[in-house]
Write a protein that binds this ligand. Structure first.
Ligand SMILES: Nc1ncnc2c1ncn2[C@@H]1O[C@H](COP(=O)(O)OP(=O)(O)OP(=O)(O)O)[C@@H](O)[C@H]1O
Length: 598
């Protein structure tokens, strides 16, 4: 690899970076931001050792990619850089970083340890890992706050009333797991409620809240989720489960409303900021805080949430540690489950039984959960509701594409006829999911494919941005209009001939003028990441080649469990096996920190 042919206008290139930083930047390991952080801090603390600045830049890079820290000893082996589309340097889909001048790990660590960056606590070395100070402090704080909660006295409960309540709230057979989990959680200050999709987490939360409010009728409850979309969905699903409760229990929870975590904590910079009105000095007033989709909560948000809780407030973290981690740094839920495993006072309640899926999708989910690659292949190739499509079989690929085109055609037909309900139903009937955003395996490529094949079928080519049948994905929260990043909708021709975008909502479909939707993209395909927390009747999944660093167990698991009735996976056996074997590598010290505190 060399800097030869480097495009001087590529914004990822830090033009003034020379030496080691310049080499790692030109090789695509570091981006301009990583280099900038290292050179700025280097100037401030007068650190000029190129190897130390490289360590700092690589730590900034690690955070950018979702880790909270960097292990210098293994950095040379674990740093992976995907090859740009179409220029596959080594034929593996990854660039070869072995030839870069990696410092010797032992002396590298010594030099970092002796650096003023560590002396002045801009960097921390702990548990054999290198941290930017902020993430080290957040990890330590999350551990300390959690351990303090675990050591605190449990809430007072009337055991007799609790047992009677649990029998009333979960009267039917088949709910034993949930009855036990809710009863235990009602007697604890902190609960981590985990379970795969459709294991009845929401039903458990509804029952738990009924039990808690029976004991503590004045309890103030907060129901929150990390994103607006997840919060809207939580409102809907909790509402549904509350309606299934005995009337007197549901009545105590009638006013329950879900909010985003940012809103709960009182964001002072609504879009992106991590500064909040509620903190250790201005605690949240709530007696119970429930957070759904906790797998999407970053380390920073978890730290902010824990410090804002009253020490005697109950906390219920709900989620599936097997799903994709947040976009920001940290994989806190998975770390909590790992780090608290085996403790006598472990707050983890794991629901195991799936109630939503049946048939071969349930078998596939099960095989993926236990990471049995042979069984995954067996189900994919023999199951009635699942299908593995060979990307080298042109005919099979053509019919895989046709499924998406059929689905898009159904949406278009309903949309042209002005039937918004039918158009939305058609949209929810099928979803095409990709790991990548761009490139031949990505959303942009597949969006184009479907658009082109649909045009062939309808004879209509759209030169305008908006047209009847255009499905859209909302890309940013707009609290004013009640639209959230991840919302989906369809452009429909209204009776007056104008185009309107219809978006489903908790109280029925809502209509928007196309001019009011600035931040949207066409949704013939979407990323697996964005699909998290949503469902479709049928799902088609495009797997990248086995070498893609995005191809992980969490990705495949999240993708196939979006489907209610049928899953098609376009990919080679090697890609499926690679996904089952590979887990998201997010360096973090939180699990070890918690385990060490036992
Ligand atoms: N014990 C049970 N027996 C039968 N059906 C159940 C049981 N528990 C929940 N269900 C039903 O199964 C479906 C999934 O339950 P629920 O929504 O609570 O799961 P979940 O774990 O919250 O799912 P996810 O978070 O993936 O949406 C719901 O329709 C729910 O009513």
């Amino acid at each position: 690899m060399s800097a030869e042919g480097t495009d001087p206008y590529d914004r990822r290139i830090a033009l003034r970076a020379g030496g080691l930083l310049g080499e790692f930047n030109a090789a695509g390991v570091l981006d301009a931001g990583d280099v900038h952080v290292a050179t700025r801090l280097g100037v401030i603390v007068e650190e000029h050792d190129a190897e130390v600045l490289l360590a700092l830049a690589l730590t900034a890079r690690a955070v950018r990619l979702g880790a909270t820290c960097l292990d210098l000893a293994t950095a040379a082996d674990t740093v992976q850089v995907p090859a740009p589309t179409g220029s596959n340097g080594t034929g593996t889909g990854l660039l070869d970083t072995a030839e870069l001048p990696w410092p010797d790990p032992a002396s590298w660590t010594d030099r970092v340890r002796a650096s003023p960056l560590v002396g002045q606590r801009l960097l921390r070395i702990d548990l054999g890992r290198l941290y930017l100070d902020r993430y080290w402090r957040e990890e330590v704080q999350v551990r300390d706050d959690l351990l303090q909660r675990l050591a605190a006295p449990a809430p007072q409960v009337d055991a007799g009333a609790l047992a009677a309540g649990a029998a009333r709230v979960f009267p039917r057979p088949g709910y034993e797991e949930q009855r036990t989990a809710a009863t235990r959680a009602a007697s604890r200050l902190t609960t981590v409620l985990t379970g795969g999709p459709g294991t009845g987490k929401t039903a458990t939360v509804a029952g738990l809240l009924a039990l808690v409010t029976e004991q503590q009728p004045e309890a103030r409850i907060a129901l929150a989720a990390p994103t607006g979309k997840a919060s809207a969905r939580l409102q809907e699903s909790v509402g549904r489960e509350l309606r299934a409760l005995p009337a007197e229990d549901a009545a105590r929870l009638a006013d329950l409303r879900s909010v985003t975590l940012h809103r709960l904590l009182g964001s002072l910079q609504p879009r992106t900021g991590n500064r909040f009105r509620h903190d250790r000095h201005h605690r949240l007033p709530h007696d119970v805080v429930v957070v759904d989709e906790s797998s999407m909560v970053s380390l920073t948000m978890m730290a902010r949430l824990l410090e804002a809780l009253r020490p005697d407030a109950r906390l219920v973290l709900v989620g599936d540690p097997g799903q994709l981690s947040p976009v920001e740094a940290g994989a806190v839920l998975a770390d909590l489950v790992d780090g608290l495993h085996g403790r006598s006072d472990s707050p983890v309640e794991a629901l195991q039984t799936t109630h939503r899926f049946a048939g071969s999708i349930a078998e596939l989910e099960q095989a993926l959960r236990v990471r049995d690659a042979d069984q995954v292949m067996h189900v994919l190739t023999t199951g009635a509701d699942v299908e593995l499509v060979d990307p080298t079989d042109a005919e099979a690929v053509a019919s895989f594409r046709e499924v998406s085109v059929d689905a898009a055609y159904a949406v278009t037909a309903a949309a042209e006829a002005g039937e918004s309900g039918a158009a939305l139903q058609a949209l929810e009937a099928h979803r095409l999911l990709c790991a990548h955003r761009s490139g031949p395996y990505g959303v942009t490529g597949w969006n184009r494919w479907v658009e082109r094949l649909l045009a062939d079928r309808t004879g209509l080519t759209h030169y305008e941005e908006w047209y009847a049948g255009r499905p859209v994905l909302v890309l940013a929260n707009d609290h004013g209009q009640g639209l959230y990043n991840g919302d989906t909708g369809v452009t429909v021709r209204a009776a007056d001939g104008r185009l309107r975008v219809v978006v489903p909502g908790a109280e029925g479909p809502r209509e928007f003028a196309t001019t009011r939707l600035a931040d949207v993209q066409t949704l013939y395909a979407m990323t697996v990441h964005k699909s998290q927390g949503s469902q479709a009747r049928e799902v088609s999944v495009v797997l990248p080649p086995p070498e893609s660093p995005l191809l992980t167990h969490e990705l495949l698991y999240t993708a196939v469990t979006r489907a209610e009735a049928r899953v098609r996976v376009l990919g080679t056996e090697a890609a499926v096996r690679a996904a089952v074997a590979r887990t998201v590598q997010r360096a973090s010290g939180l699990a070890e920190r918690l385990a060490l505190s036992r």
